[in-house]
Design a protein around this ligand. Structure first.
Ligand SMILES: Cc1ncc(COP(=O)(O)O)c(C=O)c1O
Length: 423
């Protein structure tokens, strides 16, 4: 073979592999659903980054949730952090139970929902509890000694809460965190309950034993090759049962029917349906279904929340500082770089949802003020159109936006403020 032939073969192979790895055009226009939302926002939107909650989809998710529930439902406030949204769900799901994780939200909920029954979802520093009582006016009618359960994980924390209750001259209801396999703290062994419950029962003026909390999301996260979710669920239930048994054996005189035995979380709702030791089931995220909750156990739930943000600028190609000569090359190689959009805000924990095929540009970098977004000609956005993103999680991403726009039948029907971290 002469050297020309060899060269031609090498060039041909190079070309073939370049064609094989050349990115294909993934751009598409809006789906009908998002085209409708874009039209609505262009007519009635606030033209700033907003969180949309589709009430029709939310209603379907509430129905799906109700279909899985065998026990009382408790709404996880951090995953749905807007009083308007919470009030909507409380009514539709028929519950006044809330799980709260942040001191300012505890204060806010006590004022906004005086009929609520609140369980704290993580053991808060005793100083947080102190701040709650200092700020609490009682004007709303909420009675913490009846309607609020503080979460305790150790003897030291129980001592601190007991001292605070004595100083304030009040009674605190105590729920005990147990470890049912997540290994994020809480009591490890059922016998660890005894000294805590003894201490609580010995001081009825300041303490009352309210129940147990055993959160179990690990059940669906254990790699299937190690353990099936069903097996992991059975093991976590077995652990929970051990704690419940010891309570029954050692404390026959307490009223077990009134104890709050909290469990679950969105990912395991469907598993609790088959029967559960818990009598109080908490979940939140499944109702708006961010991408982290795209798990097989939540297949019946639909994404119901999206970030919408306007396109501020539309530019041809991808023009990077000090690489102007390459402007045409980027889009020649990757059709998904044919168009540059700068959007209002950015860098959220979220995936581009519509139009399809949008992407960040890591060479240009990221901005929370004006994010560069690339897409092919087929994305066909114009200035003042909206880009839609699907959050990875609701609990933090919601808090980054000011307003929640409630959508019914494709139209904006309400504006609900989102809680502020310092609420
Ligand atoms: C104690 C506890 N219970 C329940 C949940 C479930 O919340 P979600 O349904 O939003 O995942 C969480 C979430 O972090 C949690 O920490």
């Amino acid at each position: 073979m002469n050297s020309l032939k060899v060269l031609l073969i090498i060039a041909g192979a190079g070309l073939a592999s370049a064609i094989a790895i050349k990115p294909r055009d993934e751009g598409e226009g809006y789906s009908d659903y998002f085209r409708g939302l874009n039209d609505e926002l262009k007519a009635n939107g606030p033209f700033k980054p907003s969180m949309l909650v589709d009430l029709d989809r939310l209603d379907r998710n509430i129905q799906a949730l109700k279909a899985t529930l065998v026990e009382n439902y408790r709404i996880v406030v951090k995953s749905l952090p807007s009083p308007g949204l919470l009030s909507y769900i409380m009514e539709k799901a028929g519950t006044n139970r809330l799980m709260v994780f942040h001191q300012p939200f505890v204060s806010h909920m006590a004022e906004t929902f005086p009929q609520s029954d609140m369980l704290i979802g993580k053991p808060l520093p005793v100083r947080s509890a102190k701040i709650f009582y200092e700020r609490f006016s009682g004007a709303s009618g909420f009675d913490p000694s009846v309607q609020l359960q503080w979460l305790i994980d150790t003897k030291e924390r129980l001592d601190e809460y007991q001292t605070l209750a004595a100083k304030l001259g009040t009674k605190m209801r105590i729920n005990v965190e147990i470890d049912v396999g997540l290994h994020r703290g809480g009591l490890q062994n059922p016998t660890d309950l005894i000294p805590l419950v003894d201490q609580i029962l010995a001081d009825p003026e300041h303490l009352e034993f309210a129940g147990l909390m055993g959160y179990d999301p690990h059940v669906v996260k254990v790699p299937r090759i190690i353990k099936s979710p069903q097996k992991a669920y059975e093991q976590s239930q077995f652990l929970y049962q051990g704690f419940r048994d010891i309570l029954k054996d050692k404390y026959p005189r307490i009223d077990h029917s009134t104890l709050c035995l909290n469990g679950a979380g969105s990912p395991t709702l469907n598993l609790h349906k088959q029967g559960t030791v818990a009598n109080d089931i908490s979940a939140g995220s499944c109702l708006v279904k961010p991408t982290d909750f795209d798990v097989p156990t939540l297949e019946e739930f639909m994404p119901a929340s999206f970030i919408a943000t306007p396109v501020l600028k539309k530019l041809d190609g991808t023009n990077l500082p000090s690489a102007e000569a390459l402007k045409g090359i980027f889009s020649l190689w990757d059709p998904n770089r044919q168009q540059t959009y700068f959007i209002y805000g950015g860098k959220w924990m979220a995936n581009y949802e519509s139009p399809a095929g949008l992407r960040d540009n890591s060479l240009y970098g990221y901005s929370t003020n004006q994010q560069m977004v690339n897409g092919s000609f087929r994305t066909a956005l114009e200035v003042n159109d909206h880009i839609f993103l699907r959050p990875h999680q609701s609990e933090f991403v919601f808090l980054q936006l000011e307003d929640l726009l409630a959508i019914r039948d494709g139209k904006v029907v309400d504006h609900w403020p989102i809680l502020k971290q310092s609420a």
